[in-house]
Each structure stands twice: as C-alpha cells, then as structure tokens.
Ligand binder design. Structure first.
Ligand code: IFM
Length: 448
C-alpha cells in the first residue's frame, strides 16, 4: 500500500529551547525554573541539566545545514522567555531577540519555514518566585513577552504556537512535581492549567496584530485512554483519564468550557477546579485559532481497580512494544485520536507538532546508527496519519520529535529521541538511519 500526502503537506522536525540551546548564562539570559529545578538533588535522573545541552545557541548554523540536508521544509523551535525578558517582567534583552532573529534569518535563507513556540516550559525563575503559573500575574506577564517576540520576528515567522503541552506544564510541574518547578499542590496545578490557557487566549490577538497573515495555534499533548476491559470500573477510569488529560484542555480552547463531569470529579475530591476562573476568561480562552497542534506518543490503558473487574481484554504491552522510555507503541490509537478530533472538535486543521520514539541506538563500529525501531515507529505513525486523513481528518503537516537527541527533562540525557545522534562530549552530530529514511519520505512525499 502506498501512503502519499498532498504536495502542500508540511514536513518538519521539532526541538525546544531548554532542551538544545545550552548557553544558559549567555546573552543576558536570566534563570529559568528548569535551571533551578535541575540543581535540586535527585530531580534529574542522571544529575544533569541544560547548561550545555546540544550547544545549539552556538552551533545553529551547522544544525540548519543539517536540516537542509534532510530536506526539512519546516523547523519547530521554541523561544526562551528568560532570554527575552530575563526578569519575567520589565526590561527586554535585545541580545535574546537578536539570537532568534539570526536563527530565523538563517532558516529562511536555507528555505526552511520557522515555526515558533512561545512557551515550552522554561518560565523565568523570577515569575515562579512570585507564584508561577498558579497566579494570574504570570498569564498577564506572558503578553508583553509575546509582544516583544512577535514584534521582532512577526514579519518573518508565519506560524506561531502559543504553548506546548499545557498539561505537562501544569500537571507535571505543579501536581506530581516531576517537572519544574517541582511543586505538588493539586489546587495550584488546576490554577496553573487555567492561567496557561488564559495566557494563550490573551496572546493570540497580540500575535495576529504583530504578525500579519500568520497562522497561530496551541499545541496539546493528547493521550487516548483505552479501558483494560469492558467492565464499568475500567470504562469509568478511562472517562476520568480522558477528561483530566485531554478534554480539560481541548474543551475550553474549542469554546466548550471546562468539562462538567471532570469538574464534578474534582468537587467529589474536595477541589474547586474552577477557583481561578473569572468572568470572561472562558471567552478569552476560546479565541479563534488557525490550527490545533497535536503531540502524540502513546495511549493509556485505564484500569479502575483490581477487584470486581472483568478479565482484561487489553494486556499491558511487553518490552517489544515499548520504546526505551517505557511508552507503549500504539499507532492505532493515534489514528483514532485524529479521527475523533476531526469529529468532535471541528473544523480546525491539525498539525502533528510532535511524534517520535526514544531509542538508545548509537554508532556501530562503522559509525552508522541503525535505529530500526525508530524507523518502524515513525512509519507506523505516518501510516496512521494517512489513514486518518483518508477517514476525513484534516492533518496538514507532521513534525518529528526530535531533530536531534537532547535534554529529556527529568530523564536528563538518558533518553534519545533524535533523528540525529548527538555526541555530548564533542557536540558531533551524526544522522541516524531514521534521518536518512525521513529525508527519503519527504523527498517522495510519503511512504513508498
Ligand atoms: O521532549 C519532550 C518535549 O519537550 C515535549 N513533548 C514530549 C517530548 C518527549 O518526552
């Protein structure tokens, strides 16, 4: 079977600032919550941080040459708020803007469309010191920052993403404490989620004003839930997971407000999930956008409890169906998710802004990196995109995560998602087999 995509389908790869840039004390950059969090003993699996990472801040011309050699049509990167407004509010650092200005010009010169994300988790530490995302002032501070960025780059960047994965920034940052700033406060996590969404709504008009003709959207990480059995307990577990993980973000940005069943779930646990919501906020969050960014990696198998359940019909996958980070490979859930989005949240175009696999494969004796499992993962998921398109889902582009190996947050450098291998000791970049494969997919406009 041939899986072809239309000629205007966008093929790209993605990264984020803290994960690749390094140079955390260069060009006037201020501290971010990730600098602080990574310094906390035990926070990062291998005790590392993003101080150096891939040194992309210095090596970006080489990295762009690499992107060009792979035939990438678009590159999704994020802007580090602490480079632009080191204090979180107040003075704009021109050297920060200059860096992204050079990056954008170099991308355009290479024929690669820049797709900029305004927030990919590196909050200026001074804002966290004043309460972080659980306080409304942080959402308000996002506006002048976004204004400074889009004024400077808006003439050349024509695709903007306000936020990357607000579920992670709120839940992992403020509920489970696995991510910066490492807080474990359920009520604060819900307030953070609300203020992240509110800040999205506040900056969309700013982006439109400063970047005429640009397309703007938000990127959500979506993880479908499959009940482990047909038992009511497992169905209920799936509803709850889907509600808190997916619908809590999808519904308000599509004008449906926060899902009532999930609000009730929180109320039953003694939490007022809407405590931070003020009059007019839901209208602000429901601002019209041009596309929805979708990040997909895996599904969740939902199980409500052991006692009284029907026998499992969905088994936990073995290691052969997991990537090295432990996430199940399940492309069928990706297809179903895209069809569901097209049905339940129309009529927006969708872009896959991240999809990829962590595999450890490194250079063999001949230097070649045979990352067959990544190639298989990407191929299966591109087939899922093609199948969803055939079923009517409007998916207009696909960005692989990631262009190159990088700092995988709490996992440090123990997980490698790159199409390109990074030797952290030398900063050498070596395209893996998957990079060559992806180059051929792009050149052919699909899977052969
Ligand atoms: O590395 C992350 C990225 O920053 C956000 N989405 C998921 C990726 C893999 O965990």
């Amino acid at each position: 079977m041939k899986y072809t995509f239309p000629p205007d389908f966008v093929w790209g790869a993605a990264t984020s600032s803290y994960q690749i840039e390094g140079a955390t004390r260069t060009g006037g950059r201020g501290p971010s919550i990730w600098d602080t969090f990574a310094a906390r003993p035990g926070a990062i699996k291998d005790g590392t941080n993003g101080d150096v990472a891939c040194e992309h801040y210095h090596h970006y011309p080489h990295d762009i040459a690499l992107m060009r050699s792979l035939g990438l049509q678009a590159y999704r990167f994020s802007i580090a708020w602490p480079r632009i407004v080191p204090g979180g509010t107040g003075a704009v650092e021109p050297r920060g803007l200059d860096f992204y200005d050079r990056l954008v010009d170099a991308l355009l010169a290479a024929g690669i469309a820049p797709w900029a994300t305004l927030y990919h988790w590196d909050l200026p530490q001074p804002l966290e010191d004043r309460g972080g995302w659980p306080v409304r002032a942080t959402a308000e501070a996002f506006v002048p920052y976004a204004d400074a960025v889009t004024r400077r780059l808006g003439d050349r960047v024509k695709h903007w993403i306000t936020h990357n994965e607000p579920w992670c920034a709120s839940t992992l940052g403020y509920l489970t404490g696995e991510h910066a700033p490492g807080r474990k406060e359920p009520a604060a996590a819900l307030a953070a989620a609300h203020h992240l969404l509110l800040s999205h709504g506040l900056v969309v008009p700013v982006v439109r004003a400063n970047s005429p003709g640009a397309k703007v959207g938000i990127t959500l990480n979506l993880t479908p839930a499959t009940p482990a059995s047909p038992s009511p307990l497992d169905a209920e577990a799936a509803r709850r997971f889907d509600g808190a993980f997916n619908r809590w973000f999808l519904d308000p940005v599509h004008g449906h407000g926060y899902p009532k069943d999930v609000v009730a779930d929180y109320a039953a646990a003694g939490i007022d999930a809407l405590a931070a919501v003020r009059a007019g906020d839901l209208e602000t969050i429901a601002v019209a956008t041009d596309f929805l960014g979708v990040n997909y990696y895996t599904r969740h198998i939902a199980r409500g409890g052991e006692a009284g359940n029907a026998p499992r019909v969905v088994e936990e996958p073995g290691p052969d169906r997991r990537t090295d980070i432990g996430w199940e490979v399940h492309a069928e859930s990706f297809r179903a998710l895209l069809v569901r989005l097209a049905t339940e949240y129309p009529p927006q175009p969708l872009f896959i802004t991240e999809n990829g696999a962590a595999t450890h494969d490194g250079p063999g004796a001949d230097g070649r990196i045979v990352d067959t499992r990544r190639v298989r993962y990407l191929a299966e998921h591109l087939e899922a995109v093609a199948a969803a398109r055939a079923a009517g889902a409007r998916v207009d582009g696909y960005f692989a995560w990631s262009l190159m190996d990088n700092f995988e947050w709490a996992w440090g450098y123990t997980q490698r998602f790159g199409l390109v291998w990074v030797d952290y000791a030398t900063q050498a970049r070596v395209p893996k087999d998957s990079a060559h494969w992806f180059r051929d997919v792009i050149a052919r406009g699909g899977l052969g």
